[in-house]
Design a binder for this molecule. Structure first.
Ligand SMILES: C[S@@+](CC[C@H](N)C(=O)[O-])C[C@H]1O[C@@H](n2cnc3c(N)ncnc32)[C@H](O)[C@@H]1O
Length: 225
């Protein structure tokens, strides 16, 4: 009964978010949530209680899927989810967007191993768990996402080396982080702050979209002396 209720809530949330999920994707999302709940004690994945995971983890992550598609236009892209923990939002993106190749990086080996295990069990060839510090990754990735990871200045500083020249950062935040935006280094600029509405959640949520500023001619070495 509980499973049926959960599936119905998930379908309703997907409808609210205007996401067309296949039956298989709904099953994968529910199975993913169950995997987190099952392995949480062993892998120390999340402090969120099992009965809160549907909204706080799944719905929250599902809310970024259409905004992401708005940026990529449905193209095949590489996405790096930084400080991904149990795979949030990376695993949810991998389930909903087969065209997105998702790498979830975390410094904690157990968490990266969990994502690898989830990818195998859920049969997701586009999902990979990477055990490393983001600072060590070179990419290039078209999109770099994070949720509950770090301040915006730290996020872009640590992951900038892995972002493609034309790539974008997708930072999931609660209230618009005005102070963090003001403290961004010159190497990153905000081009959009997108408000999100998460089903069954009254808290504020937004995406801060950032990119590398266009290079000056002098940066490219093509300017005349
Ligand atoms: C608060 S958790 C957020 C997990 C997940 N994104 C979520 O929303 O549930 C932050 C994660 O960042 C990881 N982390 C911290 N510094 C990191 C770094 N330099 N590179 C990769 N992962 C890092 C931690 O191990 C931790 O799992």
């Amino acid at each position: 009964m509980a499973v049926i209720d959960t599936a119905a809530r998930l379908q309703a949330a997907a409808g609210q978010l205007q996401l067309a999920l296949t039956e298989q994707q709904v099953e994968q999302l529910l199975a993913y949530q169950q995997l987190i709940a099952k392995w949480n004690k062993v892998y120390n994945l999340t402090a969120v209680r099992p009965d809160e995971m549907l909204v706080q983890h799944l719905f929250d992550s599902l809310a970024v899927v259409n905004p992401l598609r708005g940026q990529t236009g449905g193209r095949v892209v590489r996405l790096l989810d930084v400080g991904s923990g149990a795979g949030l939002p990376g695993a949810v993106i991998a389930i909903c967007c087969p065209e997105v190749q998702v790498d979830c990086v975390d410094t904690v080996g157990k968490k990266a191993a969990f994502v690898q295990q989830a990818a195998a069990q859920l049969r997701l060839p586009n999902l990979r768990g990477v055990h490393d510090r983001v600072e060590n990754l070179a990419g290039p990735y078209d999109v770099i996402s994070s949720r509950a990871f770090a301040s915006l200045p730290d996020f872009v500083a640590w992951s900038g080396g892995a972002l493609a020249e034309q790539g974008v950062w997708l930072a999931m935040k609660g209230k618009v982080p005005t102070e963090e935006i003001a403290e961004l280094p010159a190497a990153a600029e905000v081009f959009h702050v997108e408000q999100l509405s998460v089903p069954e959640l009254s808290a504020e949520r937004c995406i801060v979209w950032m990119r590398k500023p266009p290079r000056e001619e002098s940066d490219t070495g093509s300017a005349k002396a």
